[in-house]
Structure formats: structure tokens, C-alpha cells
Design a protein around this ligand. Structure first.
Ligand code: ADP
Ligand code: MG
Length: 258
């Protein structure tokens, strides 16, 4: 579903992604962990083309992102095709980014109508179905800022799902939440993973990475240091950097009584 080869990205002098290779199969849920500044968000933003890569390639469901191959040559992709490809990916951020001047329902129907060309009745029906799924049927007429952080984040996930994406990208979606609201969002993501959604989840929630995801990817300084099944990465990390990172974060969780 996603094939990344040799992905490079630099900001000025600093090379932030130094050749990333990663393949995500259809239906797989992958977590990406690693220290702050290691390039996790930049990788997600490249996959969603919020940033344009400096090197390497990204394929979404077989289609090269950002470029087309014509007669063996690479030419920039037409904006309309690029946008269509980007619409296959739903992204949810740490901060909810809901449109504050629109109700929950309007937040969910806007892009499907505008980008996908859905009729209003159809968009509304889908939105209501999704709100039921995320447990917020009674909030459709509410404005986002009147909801709790956890509810806002569930709306943000429903809004991404309303576009019927093939892949969901999550960037630390629980990091800004009060601790007691984290569980409801993780539970929804677990439900999605269980339903077969292809997901790339950047997270500090080690229990989620361990229990819900099919594979864990550990990044450090712009590289993937190791990737594998959670049991292997968490119990017998192959690289000392993984070990060091894990003992640091797991120790801190232990101190917090988690
Ligand atoms: P992570 O998500 O793992 O914390 P990021 O991908 O956000 O890491 O950042 C990786 C590095 O790239 C950091 O050193 C960060 O300061 C830098 N960086 C990220 N975005 C930009 C940007 N738009 N301009 C300049 N530097 C950036
Ligand atoms: Mg980040």
C-alpha cells in the first residue's frame, strides 16, 4: 500500500531524512517511535506530500507520488492527480485542526462534497454513520471548541475517515490530551486497526505500539534504525540505540506509575 525507497529530505543545511526505506502492506498497522527530532513527523508529512521530498520515491498503492514516469523519464505530476492521490490518505495531527466556525457535521461533510464531489445527502449520511462509530452522534450540531480534547480528536479522525482513505496517518494524536482522555482516542484507533485499516502511527504510547500494531519502526537521527514485530523490538532490540531509547521511555513511564 505504501512503498518508500531512499527517501531524503533536508531543511537548509540539515538533512532530516537520510534515506528511508519502508513498506507498509494493506491492512497493516505500523507504529513509528523514536526521540524528538528524529524525523518522524517529516516522514509522515512527506508521505502525505505536505513536504516535497528531496530524493527517493514514495508509492501509494503502486502509484508514484509527486512524479509520473513517462517514457522512462520522471516528470512532475499534475496538481489534480497529486491532489487525488493525496485524498487517499487521511492525516490526523496532535492539534485537532478542526474548523472552529463549522459544526461537527459541517466539518465532516465539507471535504467529501468539495473534493470528492459527493452530494450533500450522501455526505451527511456517511458523516452520521461515522459519528455513530466514534460515539459522538449527539454532537453533530456542536461547535468543536465546545467539545473535550478527546471528543475533538475523535471528530478529527471521523473527518479524515469521511474521505474514505486507503491509509490513515497519525502524528502523536494523543500527545496534547489530558491523560484521562487518551484512552478513548487510542480505543478508537485500535478499533480502526482491527477493522483492517492501513495505518502509520507516530506515537509515544508504547503500550499501543506493543499491543495494537503489527510492526514497530524505531527512528533515530533521520534513519530507520530497526523495524520488526513489537515483541522482538521491545524485548530483544537488535540495535543499542533502540535499547537505550526504550529503557529511557519505559523507565519514565514506570516512574509515573503507569
Ligand atoms: P520528530 O517528529 O521525530 O520529532 P521532526 O520530523 O518534526 O521530528 O523534525 C526533524 C528535524 O527537522 C528537527 O531537527 C526539526 O527541527 C527539523 N524540522 C522539521 N520541520 C522543519 C521545517 N519546516 N524547517 C526547518 N526544520 C525543520
Ligand atoms: Mg513529530
Amino acid at each position: 500500500m505504501v512503498r518508500i525507497e531512499g527517501l531524503r529530505k533536508r531543511f537548509g543545511e540539515v538533512e532530516v531524512l537520510k534515506g528511508i526505506d519502508l513498506t507498509v502492506k494493506k491492512g497493516e498497522a505500523i507504529s513509528v517511535i523514536g526521540p524528538s527530532g528524529s524525523g518522524k513527523s517529516t516522514m509522515l508529512r512527506c508521505i502525505n506530500y505536505l513536504e516535497s521530498p528531496d530524493g527517493g520515491s514514495i508509492r501509494i498503492d503502486g502509484q508514484l507520488l509527486g512524479h509520473e514516469e513517462r517514457g522512462g523519464r520522471r516528470v512532475p505530476m499534475k496538481a489534480s492527480r497529486l491532489n487525488a492521490l493525496r485524498a487517499e490518505m487521511g492525516m490526523v495531527f496532535q492539534h485537532f485542526n478542526l474548523w472552529p466556525h463549522m459544526t461537527v457535521l459541517q466539518n465532516l461533510i465539507e471535504a467529501p462534497m468539495r473534493v470528492r464531489g459527493r452530494a450533500k445527502a450522501e455526505a451527511v449520511a456517511t458523516a452520521r454513520e461515522l459519528l455513530r462509530k466514534v460515539g459522538l452522534s449527539d454532537k453533530e450540531g456542536e461547535y468543536p471548541l465546545r467539545l473535550s480534547g478527546g471528543q475533538q480528536q475523535r471528530v478529527a479522525i471521523a473527518r479524515a475517515l469521511a474521505m474514505d482513505p486507503k491509509i490513515m496517518l497519525f502524528d502523536e494524536v494523543t500527545s496534547a490530551l489530558d491523560p484521562e482522555l487518551v484512552g478513548e482516542v487510542l480505543q478508537l484507533m485500535q478499533q480502526l486497526a482491527g477493522g483492517g485499516m492501513t495505518m502509520i502511527v507516530v506515537t509515544h504510547e508504547m503500550d499501543f505500539a506493543r499491543q495494537v500494531c503489527d510492526r514497530v519502526v524505531f527512528m533515530d537521527k533521520g534513519q530507520i534504525v530497526e523495524a520488526g514485530p513489537p515483541d522482538v523490538v521491545f524485548r530483544r532490540p537488535a540495535d543499542p540505540r533502540t535499547n537505550q531509547f526504550l529503557s529511557r521511555v519505559l523507565h519514565r513511564l514506570g516512574d509515573a506509575g503507569a
